[in-house]
Design a protein around this ligand. Structure first.
Ligand SMILES: [Mn+2]
Length: 288
């Protein structure tokens, strides 16, 4: 496995904040104005070949410490990357793209747009909470929406990306729900209602699903290994499978039909931020 960058290398990527013309702020606690592109460009490394993966941030206005951690992550870590992939559940929930006017959402959109303007490629996959994110949000945030699953090539290695909820096939009740809400006609009908009505309905669904989850076993809510194998076979044995959703960050080695595959599970951002960083010599899970 890859080693994380040694400290001196990491330090060399950071701007020299001791320069008298720069703010005397430690970068790890930087509070650079999000709108100030020149400040962000100072923080950007010359050669970026790192791909970053995050999921399950569950951003919402009522958990400001995670929002702050996330904005800081964008400004200090993601800015050095070639690309940032958000593999679903960026938001606690998304009631429709007409909610982009919301001040909290505007803050996140501006942060993405500013990062994209520095040259970092941004990709977003739907999760089970924000599958109604659509083109209006993506255009404003300068993010490219990608399908679940999506196959990418990272430094010559094939990596299959997914949110992960589709792999939890033991949870029949959830899969039925997923089938219903991913239906285009259901979504059209839902989105035809006023924004406030939609938000109330989502709140009701969330309360119900939290009650249900507390009664489900941990095993039912994890991925099903046969579903994982079937997906890997269908995509011709990629070297990596990266997904989130289960909130069980880990690295699993899979032997399948003579192939060695690594399944990376991303962590959630409820208590602490984390991300997967993939460089030329491998991937490494990182905590903030
Ligand atoms: Mn999820």
């Amino acid at each position: 496995m890859a080693q994380s960058r040694d400290k001196s290398e990491v330090d060399s990527l950071k701007p020299d904040l001791s320069h008298p013309d720069l703010p005397h702020t430690k970068l790890s606690h930087a509070k650079l104005p999000l709108t100030d592109l020149s400040n962000l460009l100072l923080a950007k490394a010359a050669s970026a070949d790192t791909y970053l993966f995050i999921s399950d941030l569950h951003l919402c206005a009522s958990r400001p410490h995670i929002t702050i951690a996330f904005l800081d992550f964008l400004q200090t870590t993601a800015i050095k990357a070639k690309a940032l992939y958000i593999l679903g559940d960026l938001f606690e929930y998304w009631a429709g793209d007409d909610d982009i006017e919301d001040a909290f959402h505007q803050q996140i959109i501006l942060a993405f747009k500013t990062l994209a303007d520095t040259g970092v490629q941004l990709f977003l996959m739907h999760g089970n909470r924000d599958f109604l994110i659509s083109q209006r949000f993506c255009t404003a945030a300068k993010i490219t929406l990608v399908n679940d699953p999506t196959l990418v090539v990272l430094h010559g290695k094939k990596a299959l990306l997914s949110h992960g909820d589709d792999l939890c096939t033991d949870d029949i009740a959830y899969q039925n729900f997923r089938h219903q809400v991913r239906d285009k006609n259901w979504q059209k009908e839902f989105l035809s209602q006023p924004l406030e009505t939609r938000k109330q309905q989502i709140e009701a669904i969330r309360t119900h699903s939290e009650q249900e989850k507390s009664q489900k076993s941990a095993q039912i809510m994890d991925v099903n290994s046969d579903a994982v194998k079937a997906l890997l076979q269908a995509y011709h044995y990629p070297e990596l499978l990266i997904h989130g959703h289960t909130h069980r960050p880990n690295q699993h080695q899979i032997q399948l039909d003579g192939h060695n595959i690594t399944r990376w599970v991303l962590g959630d951002w409820y208590e602490q931020g984390s991300y997967l960083s993939c460089e030329q010599n491998g991937c490494q899970d990182m905590r903030l």
